[in-house]
Design a protein around this ligand. Structure first.
Ligand SMILES: Cc1cc2nc3c(=O)[nH]c(=O)nc-3n(C[C@H](O)[C@H](O)[C@H](O)COP(=O)(O)OP(=O)(O)OC[C@H]3O[C@@H](n4cnc5c(N)ncnc54)[C@H](O)[C@@H]3O)c2cc1C
Length: 586
């Protein structure tokens, strides 16, 4: 098979907010390419709704210390605190930079960037909600992605769109390339580079009810694992409280930021009972659990008492159409509800992968085990949802878009600097062997099972057993079901044999990664015998700071088995010597 070779200084896999910000920064200094399995503007970032956080203090007093405190506390003390400081401290300046390159933020009457409240963001260390989320109506991700894409295109970055990355090339501990195939004609390409940035997004498609794009299939995590690197904190998957009942599509938290609230089947505003201070704006893990509890205890809404109502009509039709037009449309299309007149039926929906490829506070990929964890991998960076450091056990709303632009910028800068200071490392003679073997395995797959057989089994077991509430017994069932899925994949059938846009083959590759990712999530959820952030065990309901305040580190062994180690949480901020963790009461 003929392989086409390309040489770049920096290659970025992923064209969401993280990938594009990295690209536009790196390309200012060195020759940069971006590989994406979808056209950039179809990346999941496009659907981000509610906002991007920064303590600008435009609407009321705010500062980065409070933002950092909320980030650490919201993450239930599992996030690295050097990273929390880095993120929150740089946020105001980052937002101004985005504004300068053209992001059309909503404005206050005086012309400043407008800000709204969001879950878990508070003033004065948890005292009361604060307006910290900068926004573009309820289409903030759309505006961000288009702004960054325009900027990237204007800088002559080479885009390889609809190229599917199969392998990260690890040459004796240095990452110096990516193997991909062109989905349009099946041709194979090796991208030889001085530095590689992974920005491949999340993996929410492993759950039945989720708010994620079809592209969120955990490929980057799977590639990193196959190349010998570490997945940190796989067991923490965030459920967003308000997905449209029966569909999962997201209704942004900005609805509650703008004054919306949740009602149970008895018409009670139940969050007042659970979180008297910040009520419906408590962090997502808490609100999701409270909703699920109301439903399980028979206080759900509707004939089956199986959902919750989200009320927003009281703020007025004009305010809804000005600030939440996208939500009005989504509720109309998917729930058949006009939210200017009646409440929207909602349930918790799988939303965000809190963990990811282990990185240091600036986005260098780190690896290691047995007490030696922080070894930086030369030439390798990760940014955005596929990376793990700052969000701990539960990400606060609007902190992800901030993470994309901050870590995109930093990794773009660092990778360009690295590329300037280093020579290309030669590729091994058999470079790409692993990726090509994977492709060949599925191209020739002529067994019994097709996509639906395995996919349905995986999403159902993940939803029912590794969801908002988990028990050892349930998770064990998921572990067993996923082991069955792995076996079924050995007897898989790809029907379409074409080389032109073969979606049957692409689905097979994505499914293979999803089953791997789901298996590791379940495996690690079983090992964590405590409740923390988005991981809630009905059989271990307390947080255990003595044994539990540590990152899970998952590795994939050569024989396909999972090995788990732990890494201490970095609790020392960069400049703040003492950072008082307070009890998590809302
Ligand atoms: C509905 C919704 C609303 C949200 N709202 C908000 C919000 O208001 N505020 C906030 O802070 N966060 C929000 N989030 C979270 C946030 O939008 C995401 O975490 C973030 O956009 C992820 O960006 P990313 O750049 O990491 O990846 P993505 O935008 O998901 O992009 C991933 C990229 O990787 C590429 N890729 C993946 N695998 C491969 C492969 N094998 N080969 C080639 N390319 C590959 C894809 O083509 C894509 O370009 C929301 C999320 C959802 C789902």
């Amino acid at each position: 098979m003929k392989i086409q070779k390309h040489v770049y200084d920096v290659v970025i896999v992923g064209a969401g907010g993280a990938g594009l910000n990295a690209a536009q920064v790196a390309s200012q200094h060195v020759k940069t390419a971006v590989i994406s399995k979808v056209y950039p503007s179809r990346s999941h970032t496009i659907s981000a709704q509610g906002g991007v956080s920064a303590s600008l203090g435009n609407e009321e007093p705010d500062n980065w210390h409070w933002h950092m405190f909320d980030t650490v506390k919201g993450g239930d003390y599992l996030g690295d605190q050097d990273a929390a400081e880095y993120l929150t401290r740089n946020a105001p300046e980052m937002i101004r930079q985005l504004e300068h390159i053209g992001m059309p933020f909503n404005r206050t009457p005086e012309g400043k960037i407008a800000q709204r409240p969001f879950g878990g963001h508070t003033a004065n260390y948890g005292e009361k909600p604060v307006r910290r989320a900068c926004y573009v109506a309820d289409r903030t991700g759309h505006a961000m992605l288009q702004t960054l894409f325009e900027k990237s295109v204007s800088q002559g970055i080479q885009f390889y769109n609809e190229f599917y990355a199969l392998e990260i090339i690890n040459t004796n501990g240095t990452v110096n390339g990516v193997v991909a195939f062109d989905m349009k004609d099946g041709s194979i390409h090796i991208f030889h580079a001085k530095a590689v940035i992974l920005a491949t997004g999340g993996s929410g498609r492993v759950f039945r009810t989720n708010a994620n794009a079809h592209t969120n299939t955990g490929n980057g995590i799977a590639m990193a694992l196959r190349a010998g690197f570490t997945w940190s904190d796989p067991e923490f998957f965030q459920f967003h409280p308000t997905g449209i009942y029966g569909h999962g599509n997201l209704i942004t938290e900005a609805v509650r930021g703008e004054g919306g609230y949740l009602l149970n089947g008895e018409g009670e505003r139940f969050m007042e009972r659970y979180a008297p201070t910040i009520k419906d704006l408590a962090p997502r893990d808490i609100v999701s659990r409270c909703m699920q509890k109301e439903i399980l205890e028979g206080r759900g809404a509707g004939p089956k008492k199986d959902h919750i109502k989200l009320r927003i009509d009281h703020i007025g039709a004009q305010a809804i159409m000005d600030k939440l037009p996208g939500i009005h449309e989504l509720a109309m299309v998917f729930a058949g509800v006009d939210c200017t007149k009646e409440p929207i039926p909602v349930v918790p929906t799988a939303h965000y992968q809190n963990g990811g490829i282990a990185i240091d506070y600036r986005g260098h990929v780190i690896t290691g085990s047995n007490g030696n964890y922080d070894n930086v991998v030369p030439g390798f960076y990760a940014a955005g949802e596929c990376a793990d450091t700052v969000h701990g056990a539960n990400r606060l709303g609007t902190n992800s878009l901030l993470d994309l632009v901050i870590y995109g910028r930093t990794t773009g800068d660092l990778a360009a600097k690295y590329a300037k200071e280093h020579q290309l490392v030669d590729l091994p003679a058999d470079a790409g062997k692993q990726g090509l073997a994977l492709l060949e395995r599925f191209t020739k797959a002529n067994g019994k099972y097709t996509f639906r057989d395995i996919y349905e089994k995986m999403i159902n077991t993940m939803q029912d057993n590794v969801g908002v509430f988990r028990t050892g017994e349930n998770i064990k069932k998921a572990v067993k079901d996923l082991a069955d899925c792995k076996e079924m994949l050995k007897d898989y059938k790809v029907v379409d044999q074409s080389t032109v846009y073969n979606l049957d083959l692409i689905e097979a590759l994505e499914l293979n990664d999803m089953v791997l990712v789901a298996s590791i999530m379940a495996h690690c959820a079983l090992l964590r015998e405590e409740s923390r952030g988005s991981h809630y065990r009905d059989d271990f309901t307390e947080r255990d700071d003595v044994n539990g305040q540590k990152h899970t580190q998952a590795f994939l062994e050569a024989d396909g088995s999972i090995r788990v180690d732990h890494r201490p949480v970095r609790t020392k901020p960069l400049t703040v010597d003492t950072f008082p963790p307070k009890p998590r009461v809302y």
